[in-house]
Write a protein that binds this ligand. Sequence first.
Ligand SMILES: *Cc1c(COP(=O)(O)O)cnc(C)c1O
Length: 366
Amino acid sequence: MEDTLLITRRPHGSPTPPHARAALLEDPGFGKVFTDHMVTIRWTEGQGWHDAEVRAREPFQLDPAAAVLHYAQEIFEGLKAYRTRGNDVVLFRPDANARRFVESAARMAMPQIPPAMFLGAIEALVRTDADWIPTSEGSSLYLRPFMIATEAFLGVRPAHEYIFCVIACPVGAYFKGGAKPVTVWVSDAYTRAAPGGTGAAKCGGNYAASLVAQAEAIKNGCDQVVFLDAAQHRYVEELGGMNVFFVFDDGTLVTPPLGGTILPGVTRDSILTLARDAGLTVEERLYSFEEWQADAASGRLREAFACGTAAVLAAIGEIRHAGGAFKIGGGVEGPMTTKLRDQLTGIQRCTAPDPYGWVHKVDMEG
Ligand SMILES: *Cc1c(COP(=O)(O)O)cnc(C)c1O
């Protein structure tokens, strides 16, 4: 099988006029403004990947029996393109997203798209819709590659037809109110991922299962939900869509270990690397909700933050649960959270050196 495909260009017949685009880019919010184009690539049993196109973003024609609509064979990714001060367009560690997409596909019994093809599709869309990359502070072009099972068949088995697609949206800051610390809800009724389940795969089904817990969080005045492990309901795992870190008074950084029930975040991995290279003690270890409460009470725990591509780093100021509530660091963002965010966003936006080769410059001539 070829690792890359020639992508046919079928530009939009009536793209958004520049003034309308400029108005949309002023305050795009998150995930509600979309660019003019999308990339689609089809996969069928026998033919493999074919029909790669950049074309106008438009609704899919899907048979009502399409497998994704019934058995949720769906995976996705999320990464950002930035316009640098030097007027380059860069992606952050897209190879890591490509690899994770392959792993998610394997877990969901879906065909694996070669990383070079995945990256080629993203670059084609970024080139086509480059004028949609916002330039204001904290903004970027969020890219959403995903794959769905399109075969019309109600039998239960891996589908024989799929569409891989990339769409893009200009985004501002993820949380309303900018870097204000978030309040999180620790759910004792719901869990996100069980051992042997799909917790490490980036699939829509995980999110569908988390929504009722997220709704419970909102009802309790919280921004996000924190999930504990499914087996013992004891250890902190992650948020609905973000990994979590704890910062102690001796400078130690703790994050729950990967092991099948936690999504291996690119942001998580990048923070671990930055922290280790800064000489901090970093522990990937089990951390119980009991410890969390005790460490917050004793003051040993100085900071906690959530991290992911969309929000980058978000300080956790307050924790609520069925039995009460407590604060960390007086409910304000701590210096380690700020420092790690500045370091990471500096690399992502090319305002700081990139010793790790994480930044991928998009060839705009392509
Ligand atoms: C995407 C995601 C994350 C964060 O991953 P990044 O690669 O850092 O964006 C964390 N947890 C879940 C459940 C996710 O889906």
